[in-house]
Unconditional design. Structure first.
Length: 111
């Protein structure tokens, strides 16, 4: 069973898909994915993703988690007919964010 899955575009620095099993959501899995992505796969690049807009009842806490991880809110979008918002993790915030993420004990360091 997979507890987390992420798809990304290395050319654009965009996370295209990110999912973590609800039972494992608050154990630092998302942070591990971001550490790997920022340190080894997208070195020095801005990381972007889109998620729910503020107030969307479908959001189960992802917006808050992304902000906690250092992402900043950007422009409002509509993707596939659904209202979303772009979030950005600038390159200069990655080291600081990784250090903050390392304070939580992850389940595993392997991805």
């Amino acid at each position: 069973m997979a507890i987390g899955v992420m798809g990304f575009s290395p050319d654009t620095g965009s996370i295209d898909f990110l999912a973590v099993h609800p039972q494992y959501r608050h154990l630092g899995i998302t942070k591990l994915f971001l550490d790997k992505l920022a340190a080894e796969l997208l070195c020095g690049k801005e990381i972007t993703l889109t998620t729910y807009r503020a107030g969307d009842k479908a959001d189960t806490g992802w917006r808050e988690e992304y902000r906690h991880l250092g992402f900043a809110e950007r422009e409002l979008l509509v993707e596939y007919g659904y209202p979303t918002q772009r979030f950005v993790l600038p390159p200069n915030n990655k080291e600081e964010t990784r250090n903050e993420r390392n304070t939580e004990k992850p389940v595993s360091r392997e991805l």
